[in-house]
Each structure stands twice: as structure tokens, then as C-alpha cells.
Write a protein that binds this ligand. Structure first.
Ligand code: ADP
Length: 191
């Protein structure tokens, strides 16, 4: 089984690369942002709860995210593996994921961290905001909050996987295919 954490700041290209990776390796895409947006669209209780955090660019509380991820993993028992996109976003989430996977006889193969300069991120998010319809993409304060939350709360997650010898950094500026090629050469070395 191949279980990959695709990591990086908002706008790093995780969603784009995930789409290509799930196709190449036949994996399940587990994007917590997408799952929350689905709940939001369906008007579920979980969606309503998540909405106020998402719209402000703040993190949804850990226990809510962890519960949702566990449910998704357990409801996909025949998966060949997962791409975790936008999760774990805190060290608490990373610890919970390890416990969850171990109980299921699974483990993380590795983390791939996309490295993109802050100015490029902001520009990409603004561009996406023109078509994504996402409130959090269309406001400078919300974009800045998300980058700050990333630096304060999410970046330590890379250290968590580095300590386990599972971190590889990849430069996330270039063509989509170049970056994809660099990612797949890392994944092809996982055992
Ligand atoms: P981006 O990578 O552009 O920030 P995402 O789609 O990954 O977008 O996430 C959108 C929002 O959903 C986040 O700003 C946050 O409010 C919420 N969210 C997504 N994943 C998590 C998570 N693992 N923990 C807490 N909140 C999350």
C-alpha cells in the first residue's frame, strides 16, 4: 500500500498534483478541504460547523477533522492507498493519523513537501479566486491569515515526518509536468 502525505502551504499545487498522482498510482484522494466543501455544499451539520473557520482562513478544530478522516479511511477498505492532501495540518492531527493507521495495519510511506515562495503563493491564490468561488481565495486578509496559520501551526508537521526519516522536499515552481516528474521519482523509491 502506498500512503502519501502531500504537504505544502495554501496554493502550493497539492490539489493539482494529487489529481495526477491518484490516476497514475490508482490511489484514493483524501483532501480535507474538498471533504469540508462537500459537506458545506450539502448543508450538513459538519459543513455548517466548518464554514465559519474556513471562511476566515482558520483551522477547523482537530477533533472534527480527525473524525472525518477516520470515517473516510474506514469507508474505503479496498483502497490501494491514499494521498493525504491538506491533512495532517497540525502535529496533533499527525499523531492521530499514525495511531489510526497503525490500528488498521497501515502506515505512511512518506511525506512530499512542495516548496513555493510566499509571493508566488499569494499570486496563485488570487488567480484561483477569480474562478474558484472560494471566499477564502478572494480577500487579502484571509489569504495572509492562511499563510500565517500554515507557518505557525502546520509547518511543524514537516518536522514530525522528518524525525521519522520520511520527508522529501520538492521545489514547487515550474511546469505541472516537471513537478509531477520530480514527485513520481521520489514515490517510485518508496517500498
Ligand atoms: P488551501 O490548501 O488552499 O488552504 P484547503 O482546501 O486545503 O485549501 O483548505 C481550505 C480550508 O479548510 C482551510 O483553510 C481550513 O479552514 C479547512 N481545513 C482543511 N483541511 C484542514 C485540516 N486538516 N485541519 C483544519 N482545517 C482544515
Amino acid at each position: 500500500m502506498l500512503n502519501i502525505v502531500l504537504f505544502g502551504p495554501p496554493g502550493a499545487g497539492k490539489g493539482t498534483q494529487s489529481e495526477k498522482l491518484i490516476e497514475k498510482y490508482n490511489l484514493t484522494h483524501l483532501s480535507t478541504g474538498d471533504l469540508f466543501r462537500k459537506h458545506l455544499g450539502e448543508g450538513t451539520e459538519l459543513g455548517k460547523l466548518a464554514q465559519k473557520y474556513m471562511n476566515e482562513g482558520r483551522l477547523v478544530p482537530d477533533e472534527v477533522v480527525i473524525g472525518m478522516v477516520e470515517e473516510k479511511i474506514k469507508s474505503t477498505p479496498d483502497s490501494k492507498g491514499f494521498i493525504f492532501d491538506g491533512f495532517p495540518r497540525t502535529v496533533t492531527q499527525a499523531e492521530a493519523l499514525d495511531v489510526m493507521l497503525e490500528a488498521l495495519g497501515m502506515k505512511i510511506s512518506g511525506m512530499i513537501a512542495l516548496d513555493v515562495p510566499e509571493e508566488v503563493l499569494k499570486e496563485r491564490i488570487r488567480e484561483r479566486g477569480k474562478t474558484s468561488g472560494r471566499v477564502d481565495d478572494q480577500d487579502e486578509t484571509k489569504i495572509a491569515t492562511r499563510i500565517k496559520v500554515y507557518l505557525d501551526e502546520t509547518l511543524p508537521v514537516a518536522g514530525f515526518y522528518e524525525n521519522q526519516g520520511k520527508l522529501t522536499k520538492i521545489y514547487g515552481v515550474g511546469t505541472i509536468d516537471e513537478i509531477f516528474g520530480n514527485i513520481t521519482s521520489v514515490i517510485d523509491q518508496y517500498k
